[in-house]
Structure formats: C-alpha cells, structure tokens
Design a protein around this ligand. Structure first.
Ligand code: ZN
Length: 247
C-alpha cells in the first residue's frame, strides 16, 4: 500500500465543523479529552479514528490530546486513500496506516490507540498472548467471528506484538496478527500500548474500557501470585489468600 498523498487544498470545513455533538470530529475531541484525563493518551501519544461509510476521520499528530479541535482533524476517503480535508499546520498521525489496516481487516467503525500503563505492564508479564478468564467484565467483549459477546467463563485472548522504532513500522506486524486472530478486538504492542476497535466509536470505547479494566486487574492478580486463566478457586493457592481452615 502506498503512502497517502496530502493534497494542497485543505478541503471544505463542512467535513469537520458541525453543531451535531455526534459528528465524528466532535466525538474524537470529546474522547481525546476524556482519555487524557484517564492517563491513556498523555502528551501527544495515542490516537483515535472514526469511520463513517467511506470517510475516515483521523486525529492529527502533534496536538496535545486535551486541546484537540474539530478543525484539526484529517478526513480521508477510505477507497482512494486521498485526504478530503487536511488541517493547516498539523501532520497526519503516525497511527494512520495502522488504523487503515484495522479498517481493512476487521469490519471496524472506529479505532482507539492508547499508551495505557496497564497494557504496557501486561506486555512485560505475558509473552505472545494475554489471556484471562472467569471475570465478569469479559462479558463486554464481542465474539466478532460469531454473534454476541463472550461469557464471563470464556477466555479473552489478546495477541501481543513487538514494538518498532517508528509507529508506522508496526503496520505489517499488526496486519499479520489481524489475519491470525480474526476474533480479536485488540492488539497489545510490547512496551508501547494497545490498539482497540469496534463496530462504532461508542462500542470501541466500551470495549477499550472493559479491556483496560481487565489488563489492570490482571497486573494486580499477578502481583498477588494469582494466575489469570486458572479455574475458579485458584486464588486459594495464592500465599496472600486468607483461609479460615489453616492454623
Ligand atoms: Zn503509540
């Protein structure tokens, strides 16, 4: 896939300026502020994109997430890869080819990339895959290859890929992993963060929050010697577990 060409013309403002609070450009700004407050996208790290039919809305590079404005957004035609709207001074996000490969492989309507510390910690504690089962919050994650959502007894599997020097260099590894894990809702990047997607931005947001909760919980479980995929009751083997029958 060739690199997208930035047109000189910046395109019509009507693509990004709207008083509809659900317009993608407004939603990206709202969620970037929210995710900044949750420490998921500090500084200029992380990113977000929404797809509506063939239009892809992309947060720019180099803007502090809590100061993002609708007029800073890029809008791309997914089929031609041409930018229909570019902001004045900003560069496209380094996440752009990664989001495009997610739109290509998964039938996603939105992608979220965070530098969540829980995702980074999990990447230090697990090798090729993160796995967790028997936790209620797993029910928020869709099955993707079948209708419906996982049960709390199902095992959630999130593949882990190695980091690269430049964010865009992750693209072939992400694309390969998307092929190998067609049921995945997320991919963790070691010592870096996580990519999460969903059928639309609100579903992606819920999945991102559920998965981040599970990652944070997993780090805590492991710190108390509790395996995240063990059967019910495995916590009793933890040296920290209080058992009333022991003396
Ligand atoms: Zn990143």
């Amino acid at each position: 896939m060739s690199a997208p060409v930035i047109r000189k013309a910046s395109g019509p403002d009507s693509l990004v300026i709207s008083d509809d609070c659900n317009h993608p450009a407004n939603v990206i700004c709202e969620l970037c502020r929210l995710f900044f407050d949750k420490d998921w996208v500090t500084g200029t790290g992380g990113g977000m994109s929404i797809r509506q039919d063939n239009l892809v809305y992309l947060a720019p590079s180099g803007v502090q997430k809590e100061r993002m404005k609708p007029e800073n957004m890029f809008v791309m035609d997914l089929n031609t890869r041409d930018y229909l709207k570019t902001p004045d001074t900003y560069k496209p996000s380094a996440c752009t080819p990664l989001f495009l490969s997610i739109y290509n492989a998964a039938d996603a309507g939105a992608c979220i990339h965070t530098h969540s510390q829980s995702a980074v910690m999990v990447s230090l504690l697990y090798d090729k895959e993160f796995r967790i089962s028997n936790i209620e919050q797993i029910k928020a994650v869709p099955r993707i290859t079948e209708a419906g959502y996982l049960d709390n007894t199902d095992e959630l599997v999130i593949p882990i890929i190695e980091n690269t020097l430049q964010e865009e260099d992750l693209t072939p590894y992400l694309a390969k992993t998307l092929m190998e894990y067609p049921a995945a809702s997320a991919v963790i990047v070691r010592r870096h963060g996580i990519f999460v997607w969903g059928a639309n931005i609100w579903k992606a947001k819920i999945i991102n929050e559920a998965i981040d909760y599970l990652l944070e919980l997993a780090v805590k479980m492991r710190s108390f010697g509790i395996n995240t995929t063990g059967p019910l009751g495995i916590e009793k083997e933890s040296p920290y577990h209080e058992c009333s029958h022991h003396h």
